[in-house]
Design a protein around this ligand. Structure first.
Ligand code: NDP
Length: 337
């Protein structure tokens, strides 16, 4: 079996040397366990936070020498668990490994699905994040203007399409002309701005003539700076992620703009709410599965994947994700189905 472990805690943007590919003996299931063969591995921004010495508050950091964690779609290849049979396709958490053991408690049967990798994307955790964050926290009303960055990515692409479905205007921000064109032409956003071109604040103001009612915060940084002055009274800001800061090693250079941001939040009565999707499975996952499954089946929500080949390609692909090189939900095809 092969696996990728954390070789060093990154300083800033991770490098290939922070990971190590290892060959290990094939694990054998004990009574009550199954052996999984990974077909698809999900690569997600939160993994960067788990690589630090002290992980985020919602999860444990990956130890040095331990396999990188991650959501996977796999096949049960051997079972000593009464609830699972060899051959079954399951959603699980095998991490960056070709094979892994599970006691079954974290596995969800996928049945006979056409595109199993979607369970890691729009029909899984990232899609659910968009659903809860936008619909429950952002609460767009018809005619509202909704802004989201990383707009062609796993979460952002669904946020904008859900906004449209609810009758709001959707404005995306992404890097590069190709992504921006696809966000408008294929995903149906009203506009998408290239964050790498100059004058983002002025261009954003031009496409938001009525201000911004919902800012779905995925990135922070310069995008947040451009958005803040355009927020309307009573705007909602679900705080989902701040990927622009995941590689920061120190606070940004001054002047300190936090007091200005707090004053704007106060004066405009902005509702800022952070959320971690893990908290919402018990209450909202069934509704999400039903509704999103239907919207995707009807073609009302389109899901785009960026699939890279082979476990050994995971580190480079993940480093690329932190720089905007992925176009759609990033997954690794670890083994042929
Ligand atoms: P994506 O598929 O959107 O990939 C990440 C994207 O972030 C990149 O493609 C890039 O898009 C953008 N990005 C990278 N660096 C920067 C930067 N410096 N400034 C602005 N944008 C940048 O990832 P996901 O959809 O999986 O995740 C999106 C966000 O949602 C992340 O912040 C993630 O941490 C968060 N998240 C939070 C969850 C929660 O429970 N709160 C659950 C899941 C995700 P581009 O170059 O096109 O701008």
């Amino acid at each position: 079996a092969r696996r990728i472990v954390l070789a060093a805690h990154p300083r800033g943007l991770p490098t290939a040397q922070d990971f190590r590919l290892e060959e290990v003996p094939m694990p054998a299931p004990d009574e009550g366990q199954v052996l999984l063969s990974t077909l698809y591995l999900s690569l997600d921004p939160y993994m960067r936070n788990l690589m630090d010495k002290v992980g985020p508050v919602y999860a444990e950091a990956v130890g040095l020498g331990a396999p990188m964690v991650g959501g996977t779609v796999g096949r049960v290849v051997a079972s000593r668990h009464p609830g699972f049979q060899a051959g079954e396709l399951v959603l699980g958490n095998a991490g960056w490994q070709s094979h892994a053991l599970s006691d079954g408690s974290d596995l969800v049967r996928l049945g006979d699905v056409e595109q199993p990798s979607l369970a890691l994307g729009g029909l899984g955790m990232p899609g659910f994040t968009a659903y809860v964050g936008l619909l429950d926290i952002g609460r767009p009303r018809p005619g509202d203007t909704v802004v989201v960055a990383a707009a062609s990515g796993a979460v952002g692409s669904v946020v904008g399409q859900l906004a449209k479905l609810k009758g709001a205007r959707a404005i995306g921000i992404a890097s590069g002309a190709d992504k921006c064109r696809q966000v408008v032409e294929e995903l149906g956003f009203d506009a998408c701005l290239d964050r790498r071109e100059p004058d983002l604040a002025a261009r954003l103001a031009a496409v938001c003539p009525d201000g911004i009612d919902v800012y779905f915060e995925n990135v922070g940084g310069e995008v947040f700076d451009a958005v803040l002055p355009l927020l309307n009274i009573g705007a909602r800001m679900p705080v989902c992620g701040v990927i622009a800061h995941y590689n920061d090693e120190a606070p940004p250079a001054g002047p300190d703009r936090l007091p200005g941001a707090m004053a704007a939040i106060l004066q405009k009565r902005i509702r800022v709410q952070g959320f971690v999707i893990l908290d919402h499975y018990a209450d909202r996952y069934d509704a999400f599965r039903r509704e999103m499954g239907q919207w995707v089946a009807e073609g009302r929500i389109k899901l785009r994947e960026d699939v890279v080949e082979g476990l050994e390609a995971a580190p480079e692909a993940f480093i690329g994700l932190l720089q905007g090189r992925n176009h759609g939900k990033l997954v690794v095809r670890v083994a042929a189905d």
